[in-house]
Design a protein around this ligand. Structure first.
Ligand code: ES4
Ligand code: ZN
Length: 319
């Protein structure tokens, strides 16, 4: 029996497996520049975040209808459930779809067809987090938030993702203020490829309550101390860090040092179809390669629920 866990860092578009990509391409008459799944797999060798993002955005072209988003989410939920995931807070990237002429309603309604029945069908409770693409403008982010307003009953929070370096959190101050005013929870990717200062800025300027990745906090002892003191959760993604070369090898991953420092770490899968594994695979990897013991693994699983937006602790809720 896999450990029961919550997944807090998962891009639904990053769960698009090659088989489903080809199935949806055929269904929608979309041409992919790959001969077959094997040919596509050869493209899964990344130099850095940007080289991954290029493929991630390219393959999304196959997602066109509500049914496509429903099928994508159901495939993820089935895999996650099999690996012990009981709760998933799921990112989606509406700007990447709006830019292709796919409406906000198509994306949210489609995802919701799967998410709304996930507890019955998969035994997984879910929440949706709308992410802004930080390499797009602040105006575009604000317009995206406005386009999402009719669907806010199905959206728990906002996040910030895509190419990090050169796009500091403060660029999105206004849109995060607007999100807070709408009662939305706030998270942001920071300190994946970007410097520790971006983590501080996400906390102080955007008011986020969780940091996605946050790996590079380890370069700043005063920041580590603050994150420990304020119990700010970090949603780490070990297999992602290896594939995107944020760490040299899994054995070099700072997770054990981060736990020893008292940081509230969680283990997640990020873009499992691209990075070699789902939540349970990430747990298996850190157990095997980093030699984490049963007690540490149970701590990580417990942290995932503590750091979640499940209403376990009214004190943590800010709205
Ligand atoms: C992402 Cl690994 C990662 N980092 C930033 N943005 C992303 N979008 C999808 N995966
Ligand atoms: Zn991510």
């Amino acid at each position: 029996m896999p450990l029961p866990k919550a997944e807090l860092h998962l891009h639904v578009e990053g769960t698009l497996e090659p088989d489903l990509a080809f199935e949806l391409a055929a269904r929608n008459g979309v041409a992919l520049p790959y001969a077959d799944t094997e040919d596509l797999r050869t493209a899964y060798r990344f130099e850095d975040l940007q080289s991954f993002l290029n493929l991630y955005y390219e393959l999304m072209a196959v997602l066109r209808t509500e049914r496509d988003f429903e099928d994508l989410a159901n495939a993820y939920l089935a895999r996650a459930a099999a690996q012990g995931v009981r709760h998933a807070e799921i990112f989606f990237d509406p700007q990447a779809h709006l830019a292709r002429g796919v409406a906000m309603g198509t994306v949210v309604e489609g995802l919701w067809r799967a998410l709304g029945r996930s507890e019955e069908n998969h035994g997984v409770s879910t929440q949706l987090i709308l992410c802004f693409l930080r390499d797009e403008s602040a105006e575009s982010a604000l317009a995206t938030l406005r386009a999402a307003e009719p669907y806010l009953d199905r959206i728990s929070g906002v996040g910030l993702d895509s190419a990090e370096v050169g796009h500091p959190p403060a660029k999105f101050r206004e849109v995060y203020e607007a999100a807070a005013a709408l009662g939305l929870r706030r998270v942001a990717h920071a300190g994946e490829e970007g410097p520790p200062e971006y983590i501080t800025e996400a906390l102080d300027v955007l008011g986020v309550e969780r940091i996605d990745h946050g790996l590079r906090c380890m370069e700043d002892p005063a920041l580590v101390e603050r994150l420990v003191r304020e119990r700010i959760p970090l949603t780490l993604c070990p297999l992602s860090n290896v594939r995107l070369r944020t760490v040299d090898t899994l054995a070099d991953h700072p997770l054990p040092a981060m736990l020893d420092a008292g940081l509230l770490c969680t283990v997640n899968s990020d873009d499992p179809a691209y990075f070699g594994g789902y939540a349970g695979d990430n747990f298996d990897a850190v157990r095997g390669t980093l030699g984490l013991t049963g007690e540490r693994l149970r701590e990580l699983a417990r942290n995932s629920f503590v750091a979640s937006f499940l209403e376990h602790d009214e004190e943590r809720r800010r709205r």
